[in-house]
Design a protein around this ligand. Structure first.
Ligand code: A2P
Length: 317
């Protein structure tokens, strides 16, 4: 398995199991099966509402000898309602309790967006704290303290633009080690990838298969399908593999880590096998031509009137 080296020479496996949208009742079996299949990286978040069940899967996997804690890379994320400096550590401690772990490998700030404490998902602009009320640099400093306390080995961010990464790194003691963003052939993030490689930030690709199982309210009616894209399907046929495997292998060959979600045992195995597939230069070039700068996760749900945020200021484009 290809790995990416972080600041202290720890190695993050390129392929991880995504758990966004994996329902309680399904995620235990998915995590157990993924570990038995050979996955050594599991991507979690408090906001996914399933960390306690994932914790049971970790406990049983350790007890039954499927894997040891230090062989596994576990990422989780700080939800937007815990950005105040006094709320960061308790949020991480709750995640550790739910996941039944003593430490995380990586803790990410989920969004550069702050909600008032206690607000799970906003109903109106009143539910937000503006960037002036709680700058991300304050939240980051509290995350740095979590590294000092041994609660997480690494820290990073998610959904950050190059502009926000530069601003945060300009004044931080611990530099951002990972940025997790939406990334797939329709949103290739070339300048972000170039920037992250220059700054030694690992770039992780979320929604690599197009996340077609996300809630209908967050979906455009005419959104394009990656898994049914004609070009991707042709490349899959030529390589005797599936469209999902093309997408995963493409992501890893470009130097990103990638976290496809599945709760289906066969697809969990299929996605793992994508790490053994190599696309040739011609295939990589054809896929490069599919970029259309199109997001599945637009972030419009943060742009409520009075929230202090807009889609433009979120992505800085
Ligand atoms: P399932 O969990 O039933 O396997 P993303 O990782 O971009 O969020 O996409 C997740 C979606 O892709 C889920 O609907 C998941 O369904 C589906 N999926 C995961 N792996 C595959 C695969 N190998 N082939 C087809 N669909 C897949």
């Amino acid at each position: 398995m290809k790995t990416y080296e972080l600041a202290n020479e720890d190695k993050m496996p390129a392929l991880g199991l995504g758990t966004w949208k994996s329902k309680p009742g399904e995620v235990y079996a998915a995590v157990r099966h993924s570990i038995k299949t050979g996955y050594r990286h599991i991507d979690c978040a408090a906001a996914y509402g399933n960390e306690a069940e994932i914790g049971k899967a970790f406990t049983d996997a350790f007890l039954e000898g499927d894997v040891t804690r230090d062989e596994l890379w576990v990422t989780s994320k700080l939800w937007n309602n815990a950005h105040l400096k006094e709320d960061v550590r308790p949020a991480l401690e709750q995640t550790l309790k739910d996941l039944s772990l003593g430490y995380l490998d990586l803790y990410l700030m989920h969004w550069p967006i702050a909600l008032k404490p206690g607000v799970g998902f906003p109903a109106s602009g009143d539910d937000f704290l503006s960037p002036d009320e709680i700058p991300v640099s304050v939240t980051w400093a509290a995350m740095e303290e979590c590294v000092d306390a041994g609660l997480t080995k690494h820290i990073g961010v998610s959904n950050f633009s190059i502009k926000k990464l530069k601003a945060l790194n300009a004044n931080s003691r611990i530099k951002v080690q990972v940025n997790q963003v939406e990334l797939h052939p329709f949103l290739q993030q070339n300048s972000m990838l170039e920037f992250c490689q220059k700054e030694k930030i690992v770039l992780t690709a979320y929604s690599p298969l197009g996340s077609s199982d996300r809630p209908a309210v967050f979906k455009a009616q005419d959104e394009p399908s990656l898994l049914e894209n004609k070009t991707i399907m042709e490349i899959a046929a030529a390589n005797n593999c599936s469209a999902a495997q093309v997408l995963i292998s493409w992501a890893i060959q470009r130097g990103t880590s990638v976290i496809p979600k599945s709760v289906n045992p066969n697809r969990i195995e299929q996605n793992f096998q994508a790490t053994s597939i190599t696309l040739n230069d011609a295939d990589m070039q054809i896929i490069a031509g599919l970029d259309r700068h199109s997001r599945y996760v637009v972030g419009e749900f943060w742009a409520m009137p009075g929230s202090g945020y807009s889609v433009e200021t979120l992505w800085d484009e």
